[in-house]
Design a protein around this ligand. Structure first.
Ligand code: TUI
Length: 314
């Protein structure tokens, strides 16, 4: 198998990218991950360009290491944000929730490495043709807005569909998951949920506590009926939403009920009536640690996983 190096492409020490989690992934987290040798990513979520400019400058004040910004394509300020990426010469731009094809030429001209997050092999192919440098293949074990295919199935199919490097995401929280992703042909991993509880993550303690307490069956997917599936931890709001969906809720009313609920959980700590987005790997996440500890543990776990394989294949 051809080896594709993402550490060289992204200018990082370890092949670990932090997920661009809206409201969660601000400069404290991104700078800490980049300082620890991974790729820290600022999430722009629904923020405007002025806010994101401040975040980019805050990361640059704290680390000389490369970092990324995630631009969500359903953000109403997307055109301004993409202009900002070029103006600020952001080293890596990741995208989510859509097709960033038309922005790729300007981002490349500004010198950014462009890494769209995809949930299908078809979009991965289109992104390669549009000039993307790599893709994140995000399986439906991930938290937040998701596609339909599991990481186990999506990653090798995306690897077969494109020749650019593939970064696996969705359900990867430790060295075992990372090792598995590499065996599927990935060249790196993106980790969200485990970084959400990092000491440096500015997230309400009640939100972190819910993630730390979660088990393997504690996430649900809302929004399947309205075409915007989102994985969250079960709580009072989500039980209500799911029962309304069963009754056939109007998509506009659904959007209204969900508006502002992620901020409510992350910032205000309302874990009963907010959206506590998390991946299925929440059940694997047991401790609040520093980003450096998380990265070292994933790398050590990966080494142990490969050493264990040797027993079978000697
Ligand atoms: O974007 C994410 N995860 C997110 S975004 C988010 S904020 C949000 N909050 C409430 C409702 C909706 C969003 C929370 N989590 N991950 C990357 C991702 N992209 N997952 C799936 C996709 C995706 C889906 C469809 C990418 C492209 C696509 O279609 C594009 C096309 O035009 O074919």
């Amino acid at each position: 198998m051809e080896k594709k190096d993402i550490t060289g492409l992204l200018g990082i020490r370890f092949p670990i990218v932090q997920g661009g989690m809206a409201w969660v992934a601000e400069w404290h987290l991104a700078a800490a991950v980049s300082e620890a040798g991974g790729l820290g990513v600022i999430a722009s979520g629904s923020a405007d360009a002025d806010f994101v400019r401040g975040q980019v400058r805050a990361v640059r004040e704290r680390t000389a290491a490369p970092f990324g910004v995630n631009v969500m394509l359903i953000n109403p300020h997307v055109d301004d944000l993409m202009q900002l990426m070029a103006d600020e010469k952001v080293p890596v731009v990741t995208t989510g929730a859509g097709n960033p094809g038309k922005y790729v030429p300007d981002l490349k001209a500004a010198g950014s490495v462009v890494v769209p997050v995809v949930a299908s092999a078809a979009l991965a192919k289109r992104m390669e043709r549009a000039g993307a440098d790599a893709v994140v293949a995000e399986g439906c074990e991930a938290g937040g807005h998701i596609g339909e295919t599991t990481t186990m199935n999506l990653v090798p199919q995306v690897v077969d569909a494109v020749s650019i490097p593939v970064i696996a995401a969705g359900g990867i929280a430790d060295g075992r998951g990372a090792a598995a992703a590499f065996l599927l042909g990935a060249s790196g991993v993106q980790v969200g949920t485990r970084f959400l509880v990092a000491k440096e993550a500015q997230v309400a303690q009640a939100y972190k506590d819910r993630v730390l307490a979660a088990g393997d069956t504690d996430t649900v997917v809302t929004g399947r009926s309205t075409g915007h599936p989102v994985r969250v931890l079960k709580n009072k709001l989500m039980r209500e939403i799911l029962s309304r969906e069963k009754e056939g809720i109007d998509p506009a009313e659904f959007e209204e009920l969900m508006a502002g609920t992620l901020r409510k959980a992350v910032v205000d700590g309302d874990v009963d009536y907010g959206s506590v987005m998390a991946g299925q790997s929440a059940g694997l996440v047991k401790r609040e640690e520093t980003c450096a500890e998380i990265i070292v543990d994933i790398m050590d776990g990966m080494r142990r996983a490969y050493a264990g394989l040797g027993e079978y294949f000697k």
